[in-house]
Design a protein around this ligand. Structure first.
Ligand SMILES: Cc1cc2nc3c(=O)[nH]c(=O)nc-3n(C[C@H](O)[C@H](O)[C@H](O)COP(=O)(O)O)c2cc1C
Length: 355
């Protein structure tokens, strides 16, 4: 049935198809998985608790920017869903068209520009979802408004407004579609930003008696030295890990007619670049940070490669555009077979074994 629906959706403009998909999911028309994969469960300890993922395959940020339907994607078989990026104030994003399918390349280019309904709407949605999420984990991905005079303050605002309304935070400083945002990845900015985040987190923990893990999401276009420069302040300020990676500005190897559109590129051609960045982050952090591998995952083989390169958890988005939400189960099934074939009893045993 999905194949039929997928063909119908691909007749639409990509963004119209996306809006319709979210509507269908909200209406309860998504697939329901009954697959149980205990081998893929992952526990991430953090200061003040343990985050338990029933499986290691997650839906990456950007699919559900306003936290409209995370429960539907958990039902479809994802172990976790990251909602956002949400900015303090609602914003329209860039003019359309701003989302392109590069079918021949199995890639996507987007220059959405953080279109979202803002923190208040997002928080209201999360208040409704949270009690019903069961064993699914929901991440909250926060960003800065394009017109903010103090971008760092926007992250602090996001942390405060959404504290306790999800299971972890992601600080997204790696979108290429908000001019200047990626500059926050620079060494001195990042030290300052993560210092402010750590301070806010400590104050919120003291006030509420509850802590939340915080991850930093980085670009795949950093040099090895720049990746090390993101690892250092992440460790120094006691953040929990990195998501490697966001979309790339590279256009290497693309053949589709949309290849010269501006924006971030994701999907199959991002796999090598983002996996190399992941490996570098693992080496630079010496296993002291939890790493989430994202970029071009479209199969069990590619999810396994991320895990062997150091990822404890994996995320995907673009491949779902081409394969539908049933992909989460297909990947999980294949991953279990691969782990068994290599003699691993659980996915955690395999983390970093390819280095
Ligand atoms: C249309 C689209 C919108 C995205 N929006 C966001 C976003 O708002 N915040 C974010 O952190 N990442 C965003 N991403 C990046 C994805 O979360 C992911 O890091 C990237 O696409 C690589 O994974 P993939 O190759 O499986 O898509 C977006 C990606 C796409 C394709």
């Amino acid at each position: 049935m999905y194949k039929f629906a997928s063909r119908a959706l691909h007749v639409l403009q990509p963004e119209d198809a996306h809006v319709l998909t979210i509507r269908l999911l909200k209406a309860g028309l998504g697939p329901v998985s009954s697959l149980d994969t205990p081998e893929l469960a992952v526990s991430v300890p953090f200061d003040g608790g343990t985050l338990r993922f029933r499986n290691c395959i997650g839906l990456a940020a950007g699919f559900d920017k306003n936290a409209d339907a995370p429960l539907a994607m958990l039902k479809a078989g994802f172990g976790f869903v990251e909602c956002g990026t949400v900015t303090p104030l609602a914003q329209a994003g860039n003019p359309k068209p701003r989302l392109f399918r590069l079918t021949e390349d199995q890639a996507v280019i987007n220059r959405m520009g953080f279109n979202n309904e803002g923190l208040d709407v997002f928080a209201e949605h999360m208040e409704r979802h949270l009690p019903k999420r069961g064993k699914g984990v929901i991440g909250l991905n926060i960003g800065a408004n394009k017109d903010a005079t103090d971008r760092m303050a926007d992250y602090v605002t996001g942390l405060k407004r959404l504290w306790g309304l999800g299971d972890y935070f992601t600080v997204n400083i790696s979108s290429p579609n908000t001019p200047g945002l990626r500059a926050l990845q620079g060494k001195s900015y990042l030290d300052d930003l993560l210092g402010q985040i750590a301070e806010t987190r400590a104050a919120l923990k003291a006030a509420t008696g509850r802590n939340m893990p915080v991850f930093l999401k980085i670009a795949p276009d950093l040099t090895p030295a720049e990746i090390a420069d993101t690892v250092e302040p992440t460790l120094k300020h006691g953040l929990d890990g990195l998501i490697v990676s966001n979309t790339t500005l590279s256009r290497d190897g693309l053949t589709s007619r949309f290849r010269d559109e501006a924006g971030g590129m994701s999907g199959a051609p991002l796999f090598e670049l983002s996996t190399t960045a992941l490996r570098i982050a693992r080496e630079a952090s010496g296993g002291k940070l939890t790493l989430i591998g994202a970029g071009g995952v479209d199969s069990g083989a590619r999810a396994y490669a991320k895990i062997r390169a150091g990822a404890s958890l994996v995320q995907l988005y673009s491949a779902m555009v081409y394969h539908g939400p049933g992909l989460a189960d297909a990947i999980r099934r294949d991953l279990v077979v691969r782990l068994k074939a290599d003699g691993f009893r659980s996915v955690t045993e395999a983390v970093g074994t390819g280095l």
